[in-house]
Design a protein around this ligand. Structure first.
Ligand code: TXA
Ligand code: MG
Length: 348
């Protein structure tokens, strides 16, 4: 199939949105920008359309999709027994990078929720996304628009790398703003619990809700603990090269990485390094990329997936990355990086 690319970097193109909405209404697939990452959209209430998403991504069928809405009032059709916390969170963070797990209504097919009786709901902050959702009927299921196992796309080019020829349309909204997927909070099971860390931190949620827990499987070393979000159990974002995180005081980290790149160079092995604007000049004998500045943690979040994709294009066989335990998004950044590294951490 031919994948049409429609450019909306400078805002909404009404004709393009109408066309995209028609594709969704007749069961097709449209990739679109959100403030977190690009999504791969289909009509969430049409089980055949949802099934196409799984096929296009090569996604395991037990991994549920997030249903995107454009207005709070739309939630009543897809969720039941909505707790008061949901409205409090919506008032504080929607439109925005927060996904809530609620009990699902019969309107949502099990094909969309991976067989679960709960539904993930998000009202995205990107105006192009909201315009598309309205044009497409109001309920758009959208996982990140990458092939399963690859880094989530943060540009339309990333989407094309994985989805060209496979989906009907890509809406190019330029670079995303945040670069990591939304925070997921479960409101169906006792104390509100974070199932996936993101831009909206535990502290921010706690200010609205009081007590908030974090799914123990996210922080535990115990590999037998099953994450409550089915998608979190998969080793996402794995780069082609072996990735190691080097963690510790910054000077020691730089020295250890240099010692290893030198040893690799002596063996004729090409090494990649993920450093920062502040540290990149210190590294030698390696393909060095800066992920952003430690003075601006948003820049680190924004570039993480793009850097992993860039290294997939280069011929390095090992990558060493600094750790980025930054104040607000550190937990989300390290959650993704540690998964990409398959938990290979070198402590110095
Ligand atoms: O920022 C985002 O959330 C992006 C953009 C496109 O909105 N979407 C996204 O979707 O990251 P995806 O499919 O890549 O990740 C959805 C995550 C998966 O880990 C999935 O298991 C979890 O949400 N999830 C979905 N429905 C759930 C449910 N009912 N219960 C628990 N986890 C659920
Ligand atoms: Mg994903």
């Amino acid at each position: 199939m031919e994948t049409v690319v429609v450019r909306m970097r400078d805002g909404i193109d009404e004709a393009g949105i109408r066309r995209a909405g028609e594709i969704l209404r007749r069961g097709g697939l449209v990739a679109f920008p959100t403030e977190t990452v690009y999504g791969l959209g289909a009509d969430a209430l049409d089980e055949k359309a949802s099934a196409k998403i799984y096929q296009a991504k090569g996604r395991p069928s037990d991994n549920p999709l997030i249903v995107h809405i454009a207005d709070w009032d739309a939630i009543g059709k897809i969720a039941v027994d909505i707790p008061a916390e949901a409205k409090l969170l919506a008032d504080a963070f929607w439109p925005g990078p927060l996904t809530m797990i609620l009990k699902k209504s019969d309107a949502v097919p099990l094909a969309t929720t991976g067989g679960l009786d709960t539904v993930a709901v998000r009202l995205p902050g990107h105006e192009v996304a909201r315009a598309l959702i309205r044009a497409g009927g109001g309920y758009v299921a959208a996982p990140s628009a990458n092939t399963s196992g690859r880094p989530s796309p943060t540009t339309a080019e990333h989407v094309a790398q994985d989805m060209d020829g496979v989906i009907d349309m890509i809406i190019d909204g330029g670079d995303v703003e945040i670069g990591l997927e939304s925070t997921i909070i479960d409101l169906t099971d006792g104390t509100p619990t974070i199932l996936r860390p993101g831009y909206i931190s535990r502290e921010m949620l706690g200010r609205v809700l009081g007590e908030v827990e974090v799914d123990r499987a996210l922080t535990s070393e115990d590999v037998n603990l099953r994450p409550k979000a089915p998608g979190m159990k998969y080793r996402h974002y794995a780069p082609k090269a072996q990735l190691f995180i080097v963690q510790g005081p910054q000077r020691q980290v730089r020295e250890r990485i240099n010692a290893m790149t030198e040893a690799n160079a002596a063996k004729g092995q090409r090494t990649g390094v993920i450093g920062t604007d502040e540290s990149q000049a210190f590294y030698a004998n390696a393909v060095v990329k800066s992920i952003g500045s430690r003075q601006d943690e948003g820049s680190i979040a924004r570039h993480l997936y793009g850097i992993l994709r860039e290294f997939d294009e280069s011929d390095v066989s090992v990558i060493y990355s600094e750790a980025f335990d930054t104040p607000q998004m550190g937990q989300a950044i390290m959650n993704r990086l540690i998964k990409a590294a398959g938990h290979q951490i070198i402590a110095v």
